[in-house]
Ligand binder design. Structure first.
Ligand SMILES: [Zn+2]
Length: 280
C-alpha cells in the first residue's frame, strides 16, 4: 500500500514566522524552517508505516523550496522522495492509480480564511483573492484532494493550523486531522508543544491509514471550471488572449480543465506565478 505525503511549510508545527518559510536559502530562519519541515514529515512517515503502508512517497510541495526543502541528513530514509515538476502539465512524480491515499503536512488554509496563519492559495504574496472550482471556493487542500481523486486516491490526512483542519472538516469530513498551532493574525500564531504535536501526528497519520476504507475519493463533474479572482487587473490581464480563457470581470479569469489531475496547470505554459522548478 503506497501512501503519498505532500508537504508545505506555513502550517508546520514549529513555524511561527514568514521568514522561516521564505527567507533566501541559507538564512538561519529558513534553515530552522527546513528542520521543522523534516521533523513534521518524519512523524507522518512513521505514522503511515505504523498504519500499514508498505511504501511512502514524500513530495516537497512548497514552491520556494524547489524540491530541496527536506534536510537530507534528517529525513526518514524509508520514504521515497519524489519531485514536482512545474513544466506543463504539472505532475507529481509517481502519483498514479497505485497510490492508496494522500496526506498533507504543514498545509495552510485557503486564501481569505479567518483565524488562519499565512493563508493563501497558490501565490504568496497573495495575487489570488479567491479561487473557485465549479463555483465553490477551494484552496490548496481542495486542489490536492481533486488531483488525488482523479487517480482514485482518497485524501485521508492533514497536519496544519487549526483553520486548515477546520477547512478539511468542512470540505473533506472523512479525513483525519492534527492541529499543530492556532493563527492569531496573518503573521502571528500560537504554537502548540512541538514534541506532543509530532507524537500526535504520528498517531493520527497511522489511524488515517488504518481507517482508509472509510475515506472518500473526491471528484467533481468534468470539465472543471476554474475561476480565479485576482487582487489586481495586473494579473488578470496577463491571461488576456490565451485561448480558452474568459475574463467576465476585469479582475476575474475563468477557464476549463478536462480532468482533476490538471488542477495545478495554468492555462498558458508561458506564464506561471510560481516560476519553474528543477530536479535537484
Ligand atoms: Zn501553500
Amino acid at each position: 500500500m503506497t501512501i503519498y505525503i505532500i508537504t508545505d511549510m506555513e502550517a508546520l508545527s514549529g513555524i511561527s514566522s514568514f521568514e522561516q518559510c521564505y527567507n533566501p536559502h541559507g538564512s538561519p530562519e529558513y534553515e530552522y524552517g527546513r528542520v521543522q519541515l523534516t521533523a513534521d514529515t518524519n512523524a507522518a512517515i512513521a505514522g503511515a508505516f505504523d498504519g500499514g503502508a508498505t511504501e511512502v512517497c514524500v513530495l516537497d510541495g512548497h514552491g520556494h523550496n524547489q524540491n530541496k526543502g527536506f534536510r537530507q541528513d534528517l529525513i526518514d530514509k524509508r520514504a521515497k522522495q519524489v519531485w514536482i515538476s512545474c513544466f506543463d502539465p504539472v505532475r507529481f512524480e509517481q502519483f498514479d492509480e497505485s497510490v492508496a491515499g494522500v496526506m498533507m503536512v504543514g498545509q495552510h488554509a485557503m486564501v481569505g480564511t479567518r483565524g488562519a496563519f499565512l493563508d493563501h492559495t497558490q501565490c504568496l504574496p497573495s495575487h489570488i483573492y479567491r479561487y473557485r472550482v465549479n463555483g465553490t471556493e477551494y484552496g490548496e487542500i481542495g486542489q490536492c484532494a481533486l488531483c488525488a481523486g482523479d487517480y482514485g486516491a482518497p485524501f485521508i490526512y492533514l497536519a496544519g493550523d487549526v483553520a486548515a483542519c477546520e477547512e478539511v472538516k468542512r470540505q473533506f469530513p472523512w479525513a483525519v486531522t492534527t492541529p499543530v498551532k492556532r493563527g492569531l493574525g496573518w503573521r502571528r500564531c500560537e504554537l502548540f508543544p512541538t514534541d506532543q504535536v509530532r507524537s500526535q501526528i504520528r498517531a493520527d497519520a497511522a489511524r488515517a491509514v488504518r481507517e482508509i476504507q472509510g475515506a472518500k475519493v473526491f471528484r467533481l463533474p468534468a470539465p472543471l471550471e476554474i475561476t480565479v479572482d485576482w487582487t489586481s487587473n495586473e494579473f488578470a490581464e496577463k491571461l488576456d488572449g490565451i485561448p480558452g480563457v474568459e475574463r467576465p470581470e476585469p479582475r476575474t479569469t475563468r477557464w476549463r480543465i478536462a480532468q482533476g489531475r490538471d488542477i495545478y496547470s495554468w492555462p498558458s505554459d508561458k506564464w506561471h506565478p510560481h516560476g519553474t522548478r528543477e530536479k535537484p
